[in-house]
Design a protein around this ligand. Structure first.
Ligand SMILES: C[S@@+](CC[C@H](N)C(=O)[O-])C[C@H]1O[C@@H](n2cnc3c(N)ncnc32)[C@H](O)[C@@H]1O
Length: 236
């Protein structure tokens, strides 16, 4: 009953998201708006937790033969990673939640990037084979419907030698108490955090994704159920 009322008010999105004129899935509902609003207040915390690591990783993004790099970012959220990208980069953003798009355009302008917002999702990137010098994903693979497919897509759009740069929270080690807690809270957590899965085994999926090289560090932040993280660079 409560669920039905919430559906009626648009608080709960129907399972099938809206479709854009190009046919791809876009998210426009009140739940998407609420998530965009709440994440919009978290940039400062995120910079405190991840900025040093991102700064170090993002220096590995390079264009072809001295030209500005083409960087595809999946799930860019508020666009906070613009601060770490090389000035002049072409920033191709695939962000299904339209309530972030204004912030993303502002971030591009503030940091001297050319932004190209495209309809789509990580699982089916609207990007040509080999078009990207780098693909960036921060705190996104926990939320996608299919991690392996998203990684296969990242690999497809990278040029040979191109880099997949990631910072992600991940599942705790198998058999640990935290892993059990992550499984236990998965459903309510997903509802509150826009489909995020605290027990997503992204590290394993990355190791299986067929990149030529994978440099990956594990670290923890004081984030309770989402404390375990990985960060690194996978090279095609
Ligand atoms: C927790 S937010 C992280 C945003 C940003 N990357 C950051 O580091 O703050 C997850 C983002 O992934 C996006 N997202 C969810 N599912 C996606 C998908 N299948 N493809 C691309 N982006 C997706 C959400 O709209 C949201 O912007």
């Amino acid at each position: 009953m409560i669920f039905a009322i919430a559906m009626g008010m648009g608080l709960v999105e129907k399972r099938t998201p809206a479709t854009s004129p190009s046919g791809s899935k876009v998210r426009t509902g009140l739940r998407a708006r609420l998530f965009a609003w709440s994440l919009g207040h978290a940039d400062h915390t995120q910079h405190r937790l991840y900025a040093d690591r991102k700064r170090a990783l993002f220096t590995q993004i390079e264009g072809r033969a001295g030209s500005a790099p083409v960087v595809v970012e999946i799930g860019a959220g508020t666009g906070l990673n613009a601060a770490f990208l090389p000035t002049g980069a072409r920033w191709v953003v695939v962000e299904p939640n339209v309530h972030f798009h204004g912030r993303i355009r502002e971030a591009a302008q503030a940091h001297g990037l050319t932004v190209d917002l495209r309809d789509g999702a990580a699982e089916s990137l609207p990007v040509a084979d080999g078009e990207a010098d780098a693909v960036v994903s921060t705190l996104v693979l926990c939320s996608v419907a299919d991690v392996s497919r998203s990684l296969a897509e990242a690999r497809r759009v990278l040029r040979p030698g191109g880099r997949f740069v990631f910072v992600e929270h991940v599942a705790a080690p198998p058999g640990s108490l935290l892993r059990r807690v992550q499984r236990l809270v998965r459903q309510p957590w997903g509802w509150l955090a826009d489909g995020c899965r605290p027990d997503q085994d992204t590290g394993r999926r990355l190791a299986e994704a067929g990149f030529a090289d994978l440099q990956m560090d594990a670290f923890r932040v004081s984030g309770g159920v989402v404390a375990p993280h990985i960060a690194g660079v996978a090279t095609r």
